[in-house]
Design a protein around this ligand. Structure first.
Ligand SMILES: [Zn+2]
Length: 175
């Protein structure tokens, strides 16, 4: 996916793989916790008793793309209006669009929690030859969000923190 028309403001969004703050990588927290607790043996076979077995932890962050491909998805943030386009797992089709609103909407703390990496940060992770278990200490999560079908709540720091921005789901414009 190299280009998209924003469903809210109609502007064209271009992305050619160079980090520019448009593309973001999103993991549901349960998938992220699985990723960063996965350890591999000397043959790079995934261990079952994760964390109970001493190293070597050979598994590297630069293979996340292939080994955890179903565990995350991409979103694009429109540089013109801040609207968020959520891609499906194929990375080709937009499955939902949320636009920033000024209203105060109480956070649904029971909704799904996600960690988000900006393309700057994600590129650093995916280029790193380190065990995935070291990612939390070496890289910073760009955003913590809570989301349901109707809203995204962008949190000011961690999952316990206050909301600093609300996005409301809008209908997707026909292509
Ligand atoms: Zn826009």
């Amino acid at each position: 996916m190299a280009g998209l028309k924003c469903s809210y403001c109609g502007e064209s969004i271009r992305y050619h793989g160079t980090p520019n703050g448009i593309e973001h990588t999103v993991f549901p927290v349960k998938n992220w916790e699985k990723l960063v607790s996965t350890v591999y043996d000397a043959n790079n076979e995934r261990m079952h008793e994760e964390w109970n077995v001493p190293g070597p932890y050979l598994y590297r962050a630069d293979t996340i793309w292939e080994d955890f491909e179903d565990d995350y998805f991409e979103v694009w943030i429109c540089p013109h209006c801040g609207t968020v386009a959520v891609f499906d797992n194929s990375g080709i089709h937009v499955r939902a669009v949320y636009t920033p609103i000024k209203d105060v909407v109480e956070i649904n703390r029971y909704a799904e929690k996600y960690v988000v990496f900006s393309d700057y940060e994600w590129e650093k992770i995916a280029d790193s030859s380190i065990p995935v278990s070291e990612i939390p200490t070496k890289f910073k999560i760009s955003y913590h969000i809570i989301a349901n079908d109707d809203y995204i709540w962008l949190l000011s720091s961690d999952f316990e923190s206050d909301c600093c921005k609300v996005y409301k789901r809008i209908a997707i414009a026909a292509e």
